[in-house]
Design a protein around this ligand. Structure first.
Ligand code: COI
Length: 352
């Protein structure tokens, strides 16, 4: 594949103070679709895109994205966590948004090349990784609403630390009971741009109440818990871990799936089912609500220490990170960073 290296390497940020999504690396991958087929992927110096104001994506939002991570292990290997699952999920989104599908193997090889090209951007400080952002959007220059004929796929990478400003400190979530993120038959189960635009108002309401994120309820009854928008959500009630079942309006998170597999293999009871706010409040009232945590590529395993529903605040346990949350965080990040054995074949070593 064609690789054009930059002549102006950027100054690296302090890898101990990364935050999330602020520093883009030196290179990116670009691939265009025209005349009914994808062209060849190319690695080029990281740069802006020049875009016509009438480009479809700016008006009608036919676009998708993904998020995955690369790590450098203590013995110097470069690894990725379940990368194929991200590209497969992107293809599901492409079906839903009438966009062309990607050749999974070709994209994975190109992605590995990009990560190797910018390997010096993979941070190794505890809790850090290289965040990989594949995305695709319609590039047709036309103001009528129709399925596009031209697309751009690209991948940008950036070194990241914790998604939440307070790191692993338990977050506070706000249960949104007016606006909805998605409904059955909508686009909640794919990573399309509009889902995130629609979720911003909940996030603003959450921030105004001193919370980190909004927790979304189902659109039909505003009764059942769905997800947080940047992460899936889990509850420990009694001795059982419960997460909302994939109803069709919830993102099928890869970290969500990994958490379920780890919990079940390690002997925990883990259920995927409907869970209502009433059940949550009752569990809190009776003292059986032990822990809440979120899962996501960016969020990893994030403890939730408090939630707000209809102007009332509820502390989860004693407000600190719960035992199962901590167990899962250690196990998942241990597998991801190569400190623990990967019994699942999730980790792909690209440095061979
Ligand atoms: C991820 O976890 O990678 C996501 O895509 C969430 C993102 C909105 C930060």
């Amino acid at each position: 594949m064609k690789i054009t290296l930059t002549e102006n390497k950027k100054k690296k940020p302090d890898f101990a103070k990364l935050g999330f999504g602020k520093y883009m690396s030196d290179h990116m991958l670009v691939m265009d679709y025209a005349d009914g087929k994808w062209g060849e992927p190319e690695i080029v110096p990281y740069d802006t895109f020049k875009i016509d104001p009438a480009t479809q994506i700016l008006h009608y939002g036919q676009g998708l994205f993904e998020g995955l991570k690369a790590y450098k292990t203590a013995d110097g290997k470069i690894t990725l966590f379940r990368p194929r699952d991200n590209i497969l999920r992107m293809n599901k989104g492409a079906d839903r948004l009438c966009m062309p599908k990607l050749d999974v193997d070709k994209i994975l090889s190109a992605l590995y090349e990009l990560v190797k090209t910018d390997a010096d951007w993979i941070p190794t400080t505890e809790g850090t990784s290289l965040y990989i952002r594949p995305a695709m959007f319609c590039t047709d220059v036309f103001l009528g609403v129709k399925v596009g004929a031209t697309y751009r796929f690209f991948i940008a990478v950036c070194p990241v630390g914790a998604y939440y400003a307070n790191g692993l400190k338990p977050t506070k979530i706000f249960i949104e009971d007016f606006y909805v993120r998605s409904s059955i038959g909508g686009t909640g189960d794919i990573k399309c741009l509009g889902n995130y635009a629609a979720s911003l108002i909940g996030q603003e309401k959450a921030h105004n109440l001193g919370c980190d994120q909004a927790l979304w309820l189902d659109a039909a009854d505003k009764k059942y818990i769905e997800e947080v928008g940047s992460m899936n959500i889990f509850f420990v009630i009694g001795d059982t871990v419960v997460t909302p079942a994939l109803s069709g309006s919830i993102l099928p998170g890869i970290t969500r799936n990994s958490a379920l597999q780890i919990l079940r293999k390690d002997g925990y009871k883990a259920e995927e089912r409907k869970i209502s706010v009433d059940e949550l409040l009752e569990a809190h009232r009776s003292g059986t609500l032990k822990e809440i945590f979120g899962t996501g590529t960016a969020a990893v395993i994030s403890p939730v220490g408090e939630f707000i529903y209809k102007d009332k605040s509820y502390t989860v346990g004693d407000g600190s990170m719960g035992k199962i949350t901590e167990y899962l965080y250690d196990k998942l990040t241990g597998i991801q960073t190569g400190k623990l054995k990967d019994e699942y074949n999730w980790v792909v070593n690209i440095s061979k």
